[in-house]
Design a protein around this ligand. Structure first.
Ligand code: ARG
Length: 575
């Protein structure tokens, strides 16, 4: 159960070495799926120039050197190699995959420690649609790395500290703890923030109280810290409601908000200054990483302590990068954050390298999340221009899914359960089926379609396979015959399934979950063709053929379910 493209790459490389010498062993054979055969290798064209021979001649030499090959190789056109694998090879590999609990997904040795910074909503405001995407994409990456055997450390870098907390706490005192908690738990963080802000601007005594409160908070005054906890705990309870709805794997143990770094900031600045990495400029402590200039060609500063002595977003990220490498022992750090913060992260990484806190052996990547747009092509908002409340948005997805299931004859409880899976699956899959850095239009009608590359379509594909097994009167796990693809549609499906493990590895390597969605969508499409052309349980289909096909159905189902699980898309048993 190795990906055929990988197997072929190795085999052709061996042939290159034996035909033209070991210096060619690493050449990319340029294997691509082909219309005329299973695959095509185009290496002869590029190699011909270097060898000063004709491409056809080079292709012919490769063909001859491919001895003991589990398929046929033909030279065609100006020098392409058309490769067709033997049915028996595909049968053996697919059957092996069916017997493999890991479905061909490799286990990384030695495991890496991968720190994934994702979700990270701001407590001073409502969790909004942008954080929906960072949450969903980050969670998929966490699941994929774990499946590969890596040690994943989730870090929810909550915006839970800073000057706004002065007014937020004073507002809490004004309206009373109970009322504040009720409001925050209900996800009215934005309203709460706006009310506090309005008073701050209109009322001088409130403004003074808020300013004093920032100082008492900074100094660690026990009562102020208690009030901060009252505020934060209620806010986190709302975030957790959203995570639970979505089926996201984040827990309270993964919270590592800005407040956590507060005690480290003074030392962070001292160490950077002492090492000569940071210097005072216009009263502020700054790092000037080389290569960053502003519009006026002046070096761009990363400000780690403002001229008034206060710390900011960049100070915290410098402390965090040191903590993640030094304390969490990260081999790799992924920051799943909006694309609009690209410059910030490039500067933080550069400053981290300068300080030696982010050594070359540790990879840091900003997984840029593109903006979510409304149907009007602008930043996603409600009609009144307010940002959209996330719990309402998610509930709307469930309600719409429920309406679509109305005519299917389910009892109320079953329908709600399926609607939840379909609604959340639709929202999550929509995020994961496009590349994470593109802007995309949030469109309920499209994401809830039962056809096309959507969550419901993928879920429906699994439900359809399950219904085949119900018809056959057996469980998928009981389909243990070997897989023997005879018809072209069976063969194409089996060949495709062999690539699953390789795709999972690629998602991790490139931090691109949409590669997996594309693979699963192709799986579902090939399954549809197979199911149209190759009856599984039907009169006139002999028992042996039926058993082979059931085994292929079972393998397809496992790949789909396992893949959707990696994406965090729930799979209802029926639909
Ligand atoms: N809370 C920030 C925001 O909403 C995202 C934090 C991302 N992580 C980080 N280490 N800066 O924009």
């Amino acid at each position: 159960m190795t990906d055929p493209q990988i197997v072929l790459t190795e085999r052709v490389q061996q042939a290159l070495a034996s035909a033209f010498g070991s210096e060619h062993a690493d050449a990319d054979p340029l294997i691509r799926p082909s219309q005329f055969a299973d695959f095509q290798a185009n290496v002869a064209m590029s190699l011909a120039k270097r060898l000063r021979r004709s491409p056809r001649e080079v292709a012919e030499s490769i063909r001859v050197a491919l001895t003991d090959f589990p398929g046929t190789v033909e030279v065609s056109g100006p020098g392409f190699l058309n490769i067709t694998l033997d049915d028996s090879w595909i049968a053996g590999e697919a059957t092996g995959m069916r017997e493999d609990a890991r479905l061909g997904v490799p286990a990384v040795t030695p495991p890496q420690t991968v720190v994934i910074d994702y979700s990270a909503p701001n407590a001073a405001k409502e969790m909004h649609v942008g954080h929906l995407r960072t949450t969903i994409v980050g969670d998929a990456l966490a699941r994929v790395h774990e499946r590969l055997g890596n040690h994943v450390v989730r870090q929810n870098h909550l915006g839970d500290w800073g000057t706004p907390f002065g007014m937020l706490i004073e507002h809490l005192l004004d309206i009373g703890e109970q009322a504040a908690v009720a409001q925050l738990e209900a996800g009215m963080g934005t309203e709460y923030y706006q009310a506090a802000r309005a008073k701050f601007e209109a009322d001088e005594t409130f403004k003074t109280r808020a300013r004093v409160r920032v100082t008492t908070l900074q100094s660690g005054d026990p009562e102020t810290i208690r009030l901060w906890h009252v505020f934060m705990d209620a806010t986190v309870r709302y975030f957790n409601k959203i995570y639970a709805m979505l089926g996201v794997t984040l827990t309270d143990a993964d919270i590592a908000g800005e407040s956590m770094y507060n005690p480290m900031l003074e030392k962070t600045c001292q160490d950077l200054e002492a090492a000569g990495v940071a210097a005072i400029s216009d009263g502020a402590l700054c790092v000037f990483p080389p290569g960053f200039t502003g519009s006026d060609d002046k070096p761009l500063p990363l400000i780690i302590r403002k001229s008034d002595g206060g710390y900011g977003y960049a100070s915290t990220d410098m402390a965090a990068i040191r903590y993640r490498v030094h304390d969490l022992k990260a081999d790799r750090i992924l920051y799943v954050v909006g694309a609009d913060q690209a410059l910030h992260f490039r500067m933080v990484f550069a400053a981290g390298r300068l300080a030696g806190w982010l050594p070359d052996t540790v990879d840091a990547q900003h997984v840029q999340i593109g903006m979510m747009l409304g149907k009007d092509g602008r930043r996603f908002k409600t009609r009144s221009g307010e940002s959209v409340k996330l719990s309402d948005l998610l509930q709307e997805a469930v309600d719409r899914a429920s309406a679509r299931l109305a005519d299917r004859g389910y009892d109320e409880a079953t329908r709600e359960e399926i609607a939840h899976a379909v609604g959340m699956g639709a929202v999550k899959y929509a995020d994961l089926s496009v590349s994470h850095d593109t802007e995309y239009v949030f469109d309920f009608d499209r994401m809830l379609e039962f056809h096309g590359n959507t969550g419901p379509y993928m879920q429906y594909a699994t439900a359809r396979i399950r219904s085949i097994f119900r018809k056959a009167g057996m469980e998928p796990a009981q389909a243990t015959a070997s897989i023997v693809p005879a018809e072209p549609a069976e063969r194409a499906l089996a060949l495709h399934l062999l690539g699953f493990g390789e795709i999972v590895g690629q998602v991790a390597a490139h931090s691109e979950p949409h590669r997996l969605s594309a693979f699963l969508f192709e799986t579902a499409s090939l399954f549809s063709t197979f199911y149209e052309q190759c009856p599984v349980v039907k009169e006139g289909v002999d028992a042996e053929t039926s058993a082979h096909r059931l085994a292929l159905c079972a393998l397809t189902l496992r790949v789909l379910e396992s893949g959707l699980d990696l994406l965090g898309v729930p799979v209802p048993a029926r639909m």
